[in-house]
Design a protein around this ligand. Structure first.
Ligand code: PHE
Ligand code: ZN
Length: 870
């Protein structure tokens, strides 16, 4: 349906600066659904009104529809139009209207069971459900499908009672009853005007975990998490997270929930993580369902984070929405920042920050440095679905975090209060957010706006010098922002850098933490009273999303890794020490592994540190992150250097790993920060013992696998075995499969564990797994579990003969025919071809060329692949 021939008609981009207000508004509407998986009848009754605001164009009513969609009937003010009185042009239903206000009725018939794109109304495991963001509503009915048209909705659903006993939509239930032929109906009304991307409806055989929450003003809200009956016991954690998020948003932002009902539905087939539809969030089931037997600690954390994220959207996204899709980061960057802070408050703030920065570096930095780089507020797109990126989400969150850092918690809160007050009930822009921050604080954020318009990760050079005898230290800072596609020249970005100085000898802080905002291309800072050799601690807490290069020695970094009083900075110092050592090894320069081994030993045995922090700090940087440090990436050289160091760490610290392992072994399942930390460290220690060649490692792993009372320990052991060749590997993989073959979410882990294996034959193994009867491209989770995970496994994906590239390209082309959005998300790993050594680069480029030359490609894949070649 949405296909075009890439070569014949290159699609035209949508430009941010072309924004015009809508010609027609739809203050209220009614939808009548006659639900059926094969043929659903949709009647829409829109009250339309000419938009009289400045700048709104004059013209006919143009309602967006899906390619190939045709109305069964069209009525204006009750009068049935003849065929010639309306037309379908460029997938829009166009009607000339004479007066300023009319009632427009249309009827269409759609087929949810043929909807493999999972946009609009689709069938998933016997349910009927909707997904409308960004432009899915037009696949349900003809409508001005843009976020600045806000309407009050009344929705009536009629369906077979046996197949669809539960009928849910946004807002409040206002009526229900029986209909003919075993059918029944429900009517829902949402009092809050909303854009159509927040519309949702679900019909199916669902059961609810019900609870309630009393808001700060004393209103009781009915909460429901709707799943298949068998999954009910797995909804407790999500419910707890929902109630905690509701309380947190009241305490931290003063935001109260505004309807009498808040429902969540879990579905098995979903393109993203979850969706914040007003009063009816729809979730990918992987972000709802958890119990100790089937979910890891990482799953539990992700569930709490996503539940909070979607709940927080009720204010940052729904009450104040986006004017147009270029403003996506207005809701997403802000909401990611909110969910990150929520999670930090619930558990270990330091570990949460480490994890968030790791995600930023793994997903966003490569994007910012590659052919698909774009500012957090992009300027153009072919397909908006391609812009739900780590840049818009995660870098967007870092930008909001910098405002929080510079204005302080109270100033930031004054800014958000003003923002919500000014823009409640409207569709706003990123500019509106920045202006609210300025106005509430009397601040000047003129140069800060560059964070919204300029792409690319700034690079900061920091050099500290000390003149002994003068008690003075001088810090010089220089920043550069690299060119990115379409942006050759960059202005300096304001960078809030948290800094401190420590005495190298005494180990004491000599200059306490301060924030220096680097506004210009360079700056010099003088410190007085520095009477011993100082060591620089910079970008503490990752206060700015930049790459920092310093003149610190291995000794300085080792010192900070053991003494910095900011846990994040300690982690960073250790990482930098590891990077410096490994990059030198990879580039064939002199390197010193001893410093790393000693630093790891010190961290591992430091009684003052908690297990969760140790588990993060002792890990070597990933192969992919090491690749990002190099001018030209050779995955084999990286593997060799990194494995060598891991083996040495495993061998030389064997006694320490064994002690750490034993100390964690008695841990029974409990979802608490300390129990989680022990599990983390346990599996990290097991992995090092295995890499160090401990003779009993595989036996230990199998014992952990078989004796585990939770999925974290079980999967941790399985991953360790999956990296190796011991006979225990096959035993564990087979046992895991047998135990969980009926559970899609756990089976995803079985695929992923093999796809991320460090073995040399992983590419072949993944090709075989793609033939497995349980593999399917129709389910986005399963596709990502195998193909997405594989493409992120640097060594395996980049296996020298290019079979990894061919495999992923084949999967992209196959998936594109079913689900273009999901297919397009597999393109960026190939798009990084310029970063690799010439032989691999040529093989990657050839696959992209093959993709672009394929007739009938979706806009989604065409945009990603063609931009990757440009
Ligand atoms: N708006 C959703 C979120 O981040 C993401 C999403 C986008 C889901 C598009 C589905 C489709 O919370
Ligand atoms: Zn979101």
């Amino acid at each position: 349906m949405d296909q075009h021939s890439a070569i014949a008609t290159p699609p035209a981009p949508t430009l941010r600066l072309d924004y015009r207000p809508p010609a027609w508004l739809v203050p209220s509407m009614r939808l009548d659904f006659d639900l059926d998986a094969a043929a659903t009848r949709v009647r829409a009754t829109l009250e339309v009104e000419k938009n009289l605001t400045d700048g709104a164009p004059r013209g006919p009513l143009a309602l967006d529809g899906a390619p190939g969609m045709k109305p069964v009937s069209v009525k204006i003010d009750g009068r049935l139009l003849a065929e010639g009185e309306w037309r379908v042009e460029d997938d829009q239903l166009v009607i000339d209207l004479v007066g300023p206000k009319h009632v427009v009725e249309t009827e269409v018939v759609i087929s949810p069971d043929k909807n493999t794109q999972l946009m609009g109304l689709y069938a998933s495991g016997g349910l009927l459900c909707t997904q409308c963001e960004a432009e899915g509503f037009r696949r349900i009915t003809f409508f001005p499908d843009r976020p600045d048209v806000l309407s009050r909705y009344t929705v009536k659903m009629i369906a077979d009672r046996a197949l669809y006993p539960v009928l849910l939509a946004n807002g409040d239930l206002v009526g229900e009853g029986e209909a003919e032929d075993g059918r029944h109906w429900a009517e829902w009304r949402d009092p809050f005007p909303k854009p159509c991307y927040l519309f949702a409806m679900v019909a199916g055989d669902l059961k609810a975990n019900r609870d309630s929450f009393t808001t700060m003003s004393g209103r009781e809200v009915q909460l429901g998490i709707w799943v298949r009956e068998a999954d009910l016991p797995r909804t407790e954690h999500a419910m707890g997270a929902l109630k905690s998020s509701m309380a947190w948003d009241e305490t931290v932002y003063g935001r109260e929930y505004d309807l009498g009902i808040f429902n969540i539905v879990a579905v098995a087939d979903f393109n993203f993580g979850a969706m914040e539809n007003k009063g009816l969030n729809v979730f990918n089931s992987r972000y709802i369902l958890a119990d100790p037997e089937t979910a890891t600690d990482a799953d539990y954390d992700a569930i709490a984070g996503v539940v909070a994220h979607e709940y927080f959207h009720n204010w940052s996204g729904n009450r104040v929405t986006c004017r147009d899709w270029f403003q996506l980061s207005l809701k997403e960057g802000f909401t990611v920042f909110r969910d990150q802070e929520f999670s930090a408050d619930q558990g270990s703030r330091a570990v949460k920050r480490i994890e968030d920065v790791r995600v930023l570096r793994a997903a966003q930095f490569p994007e910012d440095g590659g052919p698909l780089a774009h500012p957090i507020r992009p300027d153009s797109y072919l397909e908006i679905s391609n812009f739900y990126t780590a840049t818009v989400y995660n870098k967007g969150a870092e930008v909001i975090r910098m405002l929080h850092t510079m204005l302080g918690a109270d100033g930031f809160r004054r800014g958000t209060d003003l923002y919500f007050e000014r823009h409640d009930g409207t569709a706003a822009t990123c500019e509106d957010f920045v202006r609210a921050m300025e106005d509430a604080n009397g601040a000047d954020l003129a140069d800060f706006r560059r964070w919204y318009s300029q792409a690319g990760t700034p690079r900061v050079r920091a050099a500290l010098s000390h003149e002994p005898g003068t008690a003075r230290a001088r810090l010089t800072l220089e920043q550069t922002v690299p060119p990115t596609p379409g942006q050759d020249d960059k202005q300096p970005m304001p960078l809030p850098l948290r800094l401190a100085l420590f005495g190298a000898k005494s180990g004491k802080p000599i200059v306490p933490e301060r924030i220096h905002v680097l506004h210009d291309a360079s700056a010099e800072i003088l410190f007085e009273g520095v009477d011993e050799q100082p060591v620089l601690s910079i970008n503490r807490g990752f206060s700015a999303p930049v790459i920092v290069e310093t003149n610190r020695s291995s000794a300085d970094l080792a010192f900070l890794s053991g003494h910095d009083d900011d846990p994040f900075a300690r982690f960073e110092a250790m990482q930098q020490l590891m990077i410096d050592t490994l990059v030198a090894a990879i580039e064939g320069r002199a390197f010193d592994e001893e410093a790393v081994i000693e630093a790891v030993r010190n961290t591992l045995t430091d009684k003052a540190l908690d297990a969760a922090f140790i588990g993060e700090a002792v890990l070597l940087p990933s192969e992919a992150f090491l690749g990002d440090q190099l001018a030209v990436i050779d995955p084999s050289a990286i593997r060799k250097a990194r494995s060598h160091l891991r083996q040495r760490l495993g061998r030389e610290l064997e006694a320490e790993w064994r002690a750490a392992y034993a100390a964690c072994a008695g841990n029974r399942f409990e979802y608490t920060p300390s129990a989680k930390g022990l599990r983390r460290l346990r599996t990290v220690a097991l992995g090092y013992l295995d890499d160090g060649g401990a003779a009993d490692a595989a036996k230990l792993a199998l014992a952990q696998f078989e004796g585990a009372d939770n999925m974290t320990d079980r999967q941790g052991a399985l991953s360790t075995l999956a990296n190796g060749t011991a006979p225990e590997r096959e035993t564990a993989l087979a046992a895991f499969y047998d135990r969980y073959k009926g559970d899609a979410l756990v089976l995803d882990k079985w695929f992923t564990t093999q796809a991320i294996s460090m073995r040399d034959d992983t590419a072949e193994a993944v090709e075989k797994l793609a033939q497995h009867p349980d593999f399917t491209l129709a389910n986005p989770n399963r596709m990502r579990a195998l193909v997405g995970a594989f493409a992120a496994n640097q060594f395996a994906f980049h296996v020298a003969d290019g079979r990894g590239y061919r495999f992923v390209a084949d999967m992209i082309l196959k998936a594109d025919r079913l689900n273009p959005q999901s297919a397009a998300r597999l393109v960026p790993p190939l798009g990084r071809w310029r970063r690799f050594e010439p032989r691999r680069a040529a093989l990657m480029k050839a696959e992209l060329e093959r993709i672009v030359a394929t007739p009938g490609l979706s806009k989604d894949v065409f945009e990603q692949a063609s931009k990757s070649l440009a």
